[in-house]
Design a protein around this ligand. Sequence first.
Ligand code: GDP
Length: 303
Amino acid sequence: MFEQLSGKLSGVFEGLSKRGALSEADVTEAMREVRLAMLDADVALPVVREFVSQVRERAVGHEVLDSISPGQAVAKIVNDALIAALGGAGAVPLNLEAVPPVPVLMVGLQGSGKTTTSGKIALRLATRERKRVLLASLDTQRPAAQLQLAQLADQAGLRAQGLVVSLPIVAGQGPVEIARRALDVGRREGYDVVILDTAGRLSIDEALMAEVAEVRKVAQPAETLLVVDAMTGQDAVNTAKAFNEAVGITGVVMSRMDGDARGGAALSMRAITGAPIKLTGSGEKLDALEEFHPERVAGRILG
Ligand code: GDP
């Protein structure tokens, strides 16, 4: 991911560093190239516009035009702007500050990686923080999804220790009833966290949003995490916008960061939705989950 953008940006800075003092025309030309590189990387147009205008404004200031290595000075400004676009310095941790069992609601389209991510988060909380996690699938339309979650809990290999357990299925219950039952079981059996994996559809529709919003109202989750597939580019950002408006999200998990996505979704997400990317998925295995550090990602983009 980001390879293409990274290659193009480093070309821009190499060009700049070959010159002595920079003129305003040099900066304008460089910003034109940065703009094209970002659009090619599938970054949303309003985000590109804002990004380029901010960088330009700072770069034509005297500190850069007069500095000893203007190319480096511009690179530093671009680095800072990338960090800001990616959500600011430092990873934003999951907020699990609530009376246990802390509800975590997982939302997203079908195939985005929601169920896998539920398993990954459970495993991480259990192994790193020794938290007891109850996983509940609210997908009553697809028995396969419920089965998949149960298998993930088994795969985590922590069932024997009572650390990661999936809620048994009771036929005939709807999503809201399952959520209530999960929280009841969580309370009675002393779980620290209850992960509610909602149903996904292939595209956004009102019925899905109404169902998710209803579950959110009942469960009052500490986190409502939207899982989006980084490979879907601008669609991931549009999906996030729609979920945020209809349901409200507290964070984004971007899956498939191991693919060759061009990176636009990661760069647009914060500006378009206001929600921070909290975690990323980098593979199908249950341990392929990372925190999202904007400064490290910016560093990777600038090489
Ligand atoms: P859901 O329908 O949103 O619950 O999606 P799933 O969790 O079932 O994931 C759909 C497919 O994507 C599965 O084959 C997962 O193994 C795969 N998957 C999930 N996350 C990642 C990831 O970060 N990287 C890769 N390469 N595959 C992933």
